[in-house]
Design a protein around this ligand. Structure first.
Ligand code: SAJ
Length: 442
């Protein structure tokens, strides 16, 4: 069904709306919902946070951030944000924002259960005039074909006529010191002109970056998927270069950095032991699945996913080859796995390549000592304990503390084989100190 064009897309708004105050319920208090709820509260809106997780709600009501985030911890300490598991509180608000995860299952099929459950949890409390905004990343069509029918069935109301439905995809970048929920520009699409205006007004009152109105909800859904799929295919490109240049004895990182000296038409991405997180390795599967549903085969996106999904195994293969050169079989070898989080200086292990390497190493009979300073339940409590007595180490996450490690830190624990899964160590220093060093593509 061709959505009629709502507004010309030239109109972007900055944070210059008159000081509006809305009553807002944010559903889902994780990496996306909690920063949004705190920002809206800080900007004067009357906000309640809703989540199914009673532990998380209790932690937030005690002013404690339920996951590692320095900035959020500080914000939560000085912002009043009531949180609740009682979704009936959605009845008292004008705006409901759904910020729940949209993961994929093990077979890479999108898992829409969380967004469906969240829609159901608010539907029965929906009243006339409410604006529902979906922030969760979804493929084009989910808001209108999945969320909308659930809201209508549960409320007995009609979307567009009785309540408004919009999509403003989240653009949170965990651990980023520069870009945050307040200054990152946004896009928004809605079922109706009225819904779009109210969505622009709400985000215009809390976000300082421009907000680009889209012609439809579908277009807004497509924007986020395209952003993250763009990143995944570019990472796959450099990962494939790494595999190829390894055979040519070319340092791919050096080549990429040199290519980036071109001041236009090049955007550097870097190879590594894999692509983790709740966005980049996940979002392409939403587009692949939607394409399939509409008879289109996203061969390129699927190939990029295959290349990136191969990198953890490639990294273990590298280690096995380095050990074999020292006549040490991987079976029975002790391997320090440094880093479980999917990216630097956070505690999030979702889709982390480290977990794939851990499984692969143990499948091949290695004894693995995983350590991560940010991940509380990592099997080994300290770096020294993970390295002492190990035959080799894999640096799988570029945590600041790992990037500062010197060859001596490994050699003094008896580790002389180091696989740098994120090319975050100084290759020259390690090779110069006599460490058997291998990076990814260098
Ligand atoms: N990665 C590479 N090579 C790269 C960049 C990343 O292998 O050149 C790997 C990382 O090691 C990590 C995974 O990809 O395992 C994802 O890294 P990421 O930096 O993309 O971090 P995310 O997952 O937090 O992505 C977020 C996304 N933001 C949103 O979805 C709103 C993404 O769109 C941003 O581009 C990204 O942050 C960012 O730019 O940092």
């Amino acid at each position: 069904m061709q959505q009629k064009t709502l507004v010309p897309i030239v109109r972007s708004v900055t944070g210059n709306f008159p000081s509006l105050t809305y009553s807002v319920a944010v559903v889902g208090l994780g990496y996306v919902g909690l920063p949004l709820a705190l920002l809206a509260a800080r900007k004067g809106h009357r906000v309640v946070g809703l989540d199914i997780n009673a532990e998380k709600v209790k932690s937030i009501n005690s002013g404690i951030c339920p996951f590692f985030d320095v900035e959020l911890t500080e914000r939560l300490a000085n912002t009043r944000l009531p949180a609740d598991t009682n979704f009936a509180r959605a009845r008292d608000v004008e705006i409901i924002v759904l910020c729940v995860p949209t993961p994929v299952r093990h077979d890479h099929i999108p898992d829409l259960v969380p967004i469906m459950e969240a829609s159901k949890s608010v539907a029965s409390h929906l009243k006339k005039g409410t604006l529902v905004i979906v922030e969760s990343t979804v493929n084009p069509g989910v808001c209108e074909n999945v969320v909308l029918p659930i809201l209508e069935r549960g409320s007995g109301l009609r979307a567009g006529a009785d309540f408004m439905l919009s999509h403003c995809p989240e653009r949170v970048n965990p651990g980023d010191p520069e870009w945050n929920v307040e200054n990152i520009s946004r896009v928004a699409g809605s079922l109706t002109e009225e819904g779009l205006e109210k969505t622009l007004a709400f985000y215009g009152s809390i976000v300082t970056g421009p907000i680009r109105p889209m012609r439809s909800i579908k277009e807004a859904e497509a924007v986020k998927i395209v952003e993250n799929t763009f990143r995944d295919i570019n990472i796959a490109f450099v990962n494939e270069l790494a595999l190829s240049f390894d055979r040519l004895g070319i340092d791919v990182v050096n080549v990429i950095e040199a290519a980036a000296t071109k001041p236009f038409a090049f955007m550097a991405h870097y190879p590594g032991c894999g692509v983790g997180g709740h966005c980049i390795p996940v979002d392409p599967y939403y587009l692949i699945a939607e394409g399939k549903r509409n008879g289109f085969n996203h061969r390129f996106l699927s190939l990029a996913r295959k290349i990136n999904n191969h990198m953890p195994k490639h990294t273990v293969d590298l280690l096995e080859r380095m050990l074999r050169k020292e006549h040490i079989p991987l079976k029975g070898a002790r391997v320090a796995l440094l880093g479980l989080a999917y990216k630097a200086d956070i505690d999030d292990v979702r889709e982390s390549p480290s977990l794939v390497m851990l499984e692969e190493l143990e499948k091949r009979g290695a004894e693995v000592m995983p350590f991560d300073p940010y991940v509380k339940n990592a099997r080994i409590p300290t770096l020294r304990k993970a390295l002492t007595g190990a035959h080799a180490a894999i640096v799988a996450t570029p945590h600041r503390s790992f990037r500062a490690l010197s060859p001596h830190d490994f050699l003094e624990c008896g580790v002389s084989i180091v696989i740098d899964g994120k090319n975050c160590l100084s290759k020259e220093a390690f090779v110069g100190a006599g460490v058997q060093y291998r990076g990814i593509g260098r």
